[in-house]
Design a binder for this molecule. Structure first.
Ligand code: GDP
Ligand code: GDP
Length: 460
């Protein structure tokens, strides 16, 4: 009855690809004004998911899920990612290119077909050409055939393939999607059998939040020192341990420590950490955001966590370095974090100290609990009883003369959970009522730590 196809139609902005494995990370690079953010929006299109209630946080995204053919991937606007890109001295594409070559699976180099190439750009193109990464060159602003031919200046640079595109008008974007699909790895990353059942955790957070220290605390120093190969990004190194009666797989442990090894003077370290976080999140069930309690939650933290929530990931927030704060300041830090992460009020906030080990066991217990919720299937019987209760106590209000009727509810997916409600007029069910149902579901089934996604589908 509820086959995949019927799930993808309808009104709710739930990404049909949320469960699909990711084929990797695609980075847009290019000078300012070449049209990267326009192209970003074009490629992501309607697929930007907004599952959370609070507006604001997800605006102005520089990374989002997109689909090319049958492959889901994460698109990153590297230009928008660099917090210092406002600085005119840094507006070269050198930093973006360096970042993209290190972290992305595919690079899309966006050039302006109407403007001659600058010497600096020329140098960066050379760098890209010499890299081992698949690079797709785009001559953007080719709004019509005449402009397309005007891009000859670009053609002379000898790229193997240069796609004329108009991000603004959608011209050529189909060909671009085909090129992306072809350039992405053939298969998504699969988990080896030895990792089966282990709780897949991505630890994210800004530089100096204490990620390496926490990993050392949980996994042991020796385990962490084995990997010293720099730049082996595609073969991220995961670490498996058993703690508190659970097996935890920490994704891309090498990436967490890599900063000290490849971080060069002047390279965009924030941007590197964001890309590493996004990579790790692709395979995670639970995303742990670690913040320095004294520093608080940064805007970047909130944005990255927003992406995790869009994907339906479980979320735990940990405030580190509690050993440095008194109780009053710690409480203040927790309130502040709640405030900044208001789109995930259901996420647990754990105070920890990677240094002393305080709170770490509790944090692990929380992660295990969230993973359990993430994988849980609520039985149909329980759901039916729940639904009768909701309809009896708080039926959908009348809307334009007639109240929409709700027929039944079912859990269509687990890992992450997705509920589907069959209704007479889904479009008439008010946002506040949807929120009510989601909250009731969370309460009734103790769905702590994961976004509760409910899709309303028409029954005719
Ligand atoms: P970014 O700095 O690389 O992210 O560039 P933006 O996406 O902000 O675009 C810069 C300007 O170029 C904006 O005014 C866009 O509307 C415009 N632009 C982007 N793509 C196209 C296009 O395909 N054709 C035309 N004519 N203008 C475009
Ligand atoms: P990362 O960049 O997120 O991996 O952070 P690190 O683990 O390298 O830690 C950054 C700095 O914070 C180091 O000097 C650590 O010793 C320090 N640090 C990490 N955790 C704690 C903690 O719980 N308490 C205190 N006082 N310092 C910590």
């Amino acid at each position: 009855l509820l086959d995949q196809e019927s799930l993808t139609e309808g009104d709710a902005p739930i990404p049909e690809a949320s469960r699909a494995p990711s084929y990797g990370l695609v980075a847009l690079v290019g000078r300012p004004n070449t049209g990267k953010s326009t192209l970003f929006n074009r490629l992501v299109g309607k697929r930007v998911a907004i599952v959370h209630d609070e507006p604001g946080v997800t605006r102005d995204r520089h990374y989002a899920d997109a689909i090319a053919g049958n492959k889901r991937y994460t698109l990153v606007d590297t230009g928008g990612l660099d917090p210092e890109s406002d600085d005119p001295m840094r507006q070269g594409i050198a930093r973006q290119v360096e970042l993209a070559i290190a972290e992305a699976d595919v690079v899309i180099c966006v050039l302006d077909a109407r403007v001659p190439i600058t010497p600096a750009e020329h140098a960066e193109l050379g760098l890209l050409r010499r890299s081992q990464k698949p690079v797709i060159y785009v001559a953007n602003k080719s709004d019509n055939p005449r402009l397309e031919t005007e891009a000859t200046d670009l053609y002379r640079l000898g790229m193997e393939q240069l796609l004329p595109v108009s991000a603004l008008h959608g011209r050529g974007t189909g060909d671009l999607e085909d090129a992306i699909e072809a350039a992405l790895p053939k298969e998504p990353r699969v988990e080896p059998p030895s990792h089966e059942g282990a709780i897949r955790v991505a630890l994210i957070g800004r530089p100096n939040a204490g990620k390496s220290s926490l990993v050392n605390r949980v996994f042991g120093e020796e385990r962490m020192l084995v990997d010293s190969r720099p730049g082996t990004t595609r073969d991220a190194i995961d670490t498996l341990v058993e703690r508190r009666g659970h097996r935890f797989l920490l994704i891309d442990t090498a990436g967490i420590r890599r900063k000290s090894k490849v971080h060069k003077e002047g390279s965009p370290i924030e941007a590197v950490s964001v890309l590493q976080a996004i990579r790790a999140m692709e395979r995670a069930e639970v995303v742990v955001l670690l913040c320095d309690a004294a520093e608080g939650v940064a805007e970047q933290d909130a944005k990255v966590l927003g992406l995790a929530v869009d994907r339906g990931s479980g979320v735990v927030i940990a405030l580190n370095k509690m050993d440095l704060l008194d109780r009053k300041t710690m409480t203040k830090a927790e309130e502040d974090a709640r405030d900044k992460l208001s789109f995930a009020p259901w996420a647990d906030i754990s105070p920890v100290s990677a240094k002393t080990g305080r709170g770490v066991d509790r944090l692990l217990d929380h992660i295990a609990n969230v993973a359990d919720v993430y994988r849980r299937r609520v039985s149909t019987g329980e759901l039916n009883r729940f639904f009768e209760q909701v309809l009896a106590t708080h039926p959908p209000p009348t809307h334009g003369g007639r109240a929409p009727r709700l027929f039944y509810i079912t859990q269509a997916e687990t890992s992450p959970p997705l509920f589907v409600v069959l209704a007479s007029d889904p479009e008439k069910i008010h946002f506040s009522y949807r929120r009510y149902v989601a909250n009731q579901l969370r309460k009734a089934f103790k769905l702590d730590g994961v976004p509760v996604r409910v899709k309303y589908k028409a029954r005719r």
